[in-house]
Write a protein that binds this ligand. Structure first.
Ligand SMILES: Nc1ncnc2c1ncn2[C@@H]1O[C@H](COP(=O)(O)OP(=O)(O)O)[C@@H](O)[C@H]1O
Ligand SMILES: [Mg+2]
Length: 258
């Protein structure tokens, strides 16, 4: 069933804008369908015609330099920014994980995962997903007692307990130390194979994108300047020739010399 977001009331927004949620696009079956998205801040188009589709279960990484508009695009898909031009059709059931875990400090871990869930299976599902992220012994812990990596695992559990059709990740491991980040890559890969959401992972880490994604987009000057399938066999190794060649293409596109 399609559903028009209350955010998209026509009296609030220009006529050239359409923001709609549905389980998949009726036209194409995509979890995300965005067409000619423009977002202007202070007279400057940060996004200047973004056309991106994401298929159900597809893992897409969005790379770009700092300030290129990655978070701006993610926030549009999350429904957090409605000041856009263009057309977005996006899964209604979506979950977001940001760089900081954003846990409610006065609720214990399990209660944080359960926030807003009211269905009869929620409790069992929350416990299960906390076990899957390795936090079954921390369900009654307070957020302030968790390490950064543990807090992000709670944030991931909270997102997955919603069984989202679309998982939006905005540099979710950006604040973690290198070793924890590597562990989180493995965990995220496993969880996505189990829960099969479509994923948009915003990152500036080329290796993270190659390790995890089915497809990598690069955002440059407000448009998608590169859209590449990742054909490195799994389990992925950094030293695989395909990974190395992709890495060098991506770094070049990002303006980084090796
Ligand atoms: N609410 C806002 N008001 C004004 N400018 C904004 C706002 N949000 C983002 N910007 C600007 O848009 C540009 C892209 O920001 P952002 O999407 O956060 O970049 P990225 O996530 O790629 O680092 C930046 O120049 C930023 O300052
Ligand atoms: Mg950002």
């Amino acid at each position: 069933m399609s559903y028009i977001s209350p955010l998209a009331r026509p009296d609030h927004f220009p006529l050239n804008r359409r923001w709609e949620t549905a389980s998949v696009s009726r036209d194409t079956g995509h979890t995300v369908r965005s067409r000619n998205i423009r977002r202007i801040f202070n007279g400057k188009a940060v996004l200047d015609g973004i056309d991106v589709d994401i298929a159900p279960g597809e893992f897409v990484a969005l790379l770009g330099r700092s300030g290129s508009g990655k978070s701006t695009y993610l926030r549009i898909l999350a429904g957090l920014d409605t000041g856009i031009e263009g057309e977005v059709i996006v899964a209604k059931n979506r979950a977001v994980v940001f760089q900081d875990a954003r846990l409610v400090p006065w609720k214990r871990v399990l209660a944080n995962v359960l926030l807003g869930l009211r269905d009869p299976d929620a409790h069992q599902r929350a416990n299960q997903v906390l076990t899957e992220v390795g936090l079954d012994r921390h369900t009654q812990a307070w957020p302030s007692t968790l390490s950064g990596g543990e807090a992000q695992r709670v944030a991931l559990a909270r997102a997955l307990a919603r069984k989202p059709d679309l998982l939006l990740l905005d540099e979710p491991f950006g604040a973690l130390d290198a070793l924890t980040r590597l562990k989180m890559h493995g965990l995220l890969g496993e969880l996505c194979e189990r829960y099969t959401p479509a994923v948009l992972l915003v990152t500036h880490d080329v290796d993270e994108a190659i390790l995890l994604a089915d497809r990598i987009l690069v955002l440059t000057d407000g448009v998608i300047s590169l859209d590449l399938a990742v054909e490195v066999p799994k389990p992925r190794l950094r030293a695989h020739p395909e990974a190395l060649s992709l890495r060098s293409i991506l770094l070049k596109e990002l303006g980084v010399s090796e």
